[in-house]
Design a protein around this ligand. Sequence first.
Ligand SMILES: Nc1ncnc2c1ncn2[C@@H]1O[C@H](COP(=O)(O)OP(=O)(O)OP(=O)(O)O)[C@@H](O)[C@H]1O
Ligand SMILES: [Mg+2]
Length: 255
Amino acid sequence: MLHVDGLSKSFGGVPAVRDVTLTITHGETRAIIGPNGAGKSTLFNLITGHLPPDAGTVTLDTTRLDRLPPHRRAARGIAIVFQAARIFRHMTVRENVMVGAHLRTRAGFLPAALRLPAHFRAERDIRAHAEEALDRVGLTPWADADAASLPLGQQRAMQVARAVCAQPRLLLLDEPASGLRAPERDHLARVIEDLKDTGVTTMLVEHDVAFVSRLADQVTVIDLGQVIAQGTPREIRADPKVVNAYLGAEGSPTP
Ligand SMILES: Nc1ncnc2c1ncn2[C@@H]1O[C@H](COP(=O)(O)OP(=O)(O)OP(=O)(O)O)[C@@H](O)[C@H]1O
Ligand SMILES: [Mg+2]
C-alpha cells in the first residue's frame, strides 16, 4: 500500500532520516520503534508531507506523493495524529473532531462563502462522519463537552477520532499512548484493533513494548535515522542489535 524508498532528511546538515526504505501492506499494523531522536516523527512528517524530503520517494498504491502538499495526501487517505497534542480550546469535542474532515473536504472556500447547497451538503456529511468517529472511540457522551476539560486519555481518543473523521485508509499515530494510565492504554489499544478490523492500515510510533507487541504485525526499528531491524514483535525482542540500541538489558526501553 505504502512504499517509501531511499527517504532522507537533514536539519542544518545533521541527518535525521537516512535512506529509509520500507513497504507497508494493506491492512497491517506496523510499529516504528527507536530511541528518542531516532527520526521516527521526521519519517512520519515526510510521509504526510509536513516536511519536504532531501531525497527519496513516497508512493501510495501506484501514486507518487512526495511532491504533493499535506492536504492533497490527506485527500488520498492519509491521516496523522501528531506526537504533540493539538487541541482547539474553547471548542467542543465534536467541533475538534470535525476539523479532521475539513482537512480533506472537497468543498472549498467559495461554496462556503456563498452559502451554496454544496457547502451545506459537505457540512452535513462531515457532521455524520464526526458522530461515527466519536462513537468508534467511545466519546459520544462527551461530544458537547469543552475539549480542554477532558482528561488526557480522552483527549488522545479525541485526536484519534479527528483523524478517523477524515476516513483514512492509512493512519499514522505518533506515540498515542504516551502518558496514559493502564486502563486508558487498554481502551486505546481496543480502538486501534477495531480500526484494523474495518480495514484501516496503521503505522504506530510507540515506546511501550507491551502495547506494540499486542498491536503490531511487523515492527521496524530505527536508530540514528536508519532502519536497523524489521520483523515480528517476537523476532524484534530477540534481536541483539535491537536490544543493544534500544531495549537495554532488561528488555524495556530507556527513557
Ligand atoms: N524541525 C526540526 N529542526 C531541526 N532539527 C529537528 C527538527 N525536527 C527534528 N529534528 C532533529 O532530528 C532528529 C530526529 O528527530 P525526531 O523528532 O524525528 O525523532 P523521534 O524519533 O521522533 O524522537 P522522539 O522519540 O523523542 O519523539 C533529532 O535529532 C531532532 O533534534
Ligand atoms: Mg517523535
